[in-house]
Design a protein around this ligand. Structure first.
Ligand SMILES: CC(C)(COP(=O)(O)OP(=O)(O)OC[C@H]1O[C@@H](n2cnc3c(N)ncnc32)[C@H](O)[C@@H]1OP(=O)(O)O)[C@@H](O)C(=O)NCCC(=O)NCCS
Ligand SMILES: [Zn+2]
Length: 246
């Protein structure tokens, strides 16, 4: 299957894009205090609507979403308000997307009929990841990370994180599904799922790293048995349609 990808930046934010958001999205955007968070959110959601509209052959305003948290489906006390993986509805029903934003990167993945999960992480070398290591990594992964030369260790850690989160976003569990339930290959080896210790583990899954540029790690996962092809699409072309229309 083919997963199409769009890379964007919070700098792509513009007032014209605001018209693409629905009332709920606008309200959510307003709740972010930091302008950078608002811009990341705006660009990601505008991009998603434009890509879905083009794919479905409808107007961006006609694209709607329902939210599904798979982790909450298994919980006795699910969070009351809708949250989780956005599933396109209306004319875009049947398409699958995943949204991720971190630092200067916004990432959108889109596929036909196959659930996908994408994640980009800014490598934060100064962040104290020691506590997170236990939460995120399996013992074998931790041993592999310890063997990575110190200057690359932070990148290795966020490489693990991006892969695992991409997998858990593909299933719709999010990190509530447990980052340590899934084991992946060494952070500088080709991406692969090695083990998945959960009754919620999917039968078929594909995983690949993405080149997100220096200082970032990114990955995309798809719940399919066959090969996963990724195709980078033209973001300027997509956002440009809005500049002329809007
Ligand atoms: C939501 C979560 C996947 C986001 O990860 P992140 O690295 O902080 O942020 P990213 O930018 O990579 O991803 C955010 C996007 O993931 C998507 N998303 C949210 N929940 C998701 C889920 N369960 N499955 C797949 N995608 C999900 C949304 O589109 C979101 O974008 P938006 O906030 O712009 O709408 C992750 O933080 C998480 O699972 N949190 C759950 C913790 C929680 O709130 N638990 C209580 C409810 S179970
Ligand atoms: Zn939930």
């Amino acid at each position: 299957m083919t997963c199409r990808l769009w890379w964007a930046s919070p700098d792509d934010a513009s007032p014209a894009l605001l018209d693409l958001l629905d009332a709920g999205e606008r309200e959510r955007r307003e709740r972010f205090r930091a302008p950078a968070d608002r811009d990341r959110y705006l660009v990601a959601h505008a991009l998603a609507r434009l890509a879905l509209a083009r794919e479905a052959g409808c107007a961006p305003e006609q694209v709607t979403f329902t939210l599904h948290c798979r982790a909450c489906r298994r919980r006795p006390d699910p969070r009351p308000e809708p949250h989780g993986k956005p599933r396109p509805a209306g004319p875009a029903a049947g398409l699958e997307i995943s949204i991720s934003h971190s630092g200067d990167r916004v990432l959108l993945a889109l596929a036909h009929g196959t659930p996908v999960g994408a994640d980009v992480e800014k490598v934060a070398p100064d962040r104290d990841t020691e506590g997170l290591v236990d939460y995120c990594l399996r013992p074998r992964e931790r041993r592999d990370l310890d063997r990575v030369p110190a200057p690359q260790r932070a990148e290795g850690f966020f490489g693990y994180w991006a892969r695992k989160e991409a997998l858990l976003k593909a299933t719709g569990d999010g990190i509530s599904g447990g980052l340590a339930t899934v084991g992946v290959s060494g952070p500088f080896d080709p991406a692969a799922v090695v083990e998945w210790d959960s009754p919620a583990a999917p039968e078929d899954v594909r995983l690949t790293d993405l080149d997100a540029g220096p200082g970032y790690r990114a990955a995309v996962a798809a719940l399919c048995p066959g090969p996963l092809d990724t195709r980078i699409c033209d973001t300027a072309d997509l956002l440009g349609t809005r500049r002329t229309v809007g």
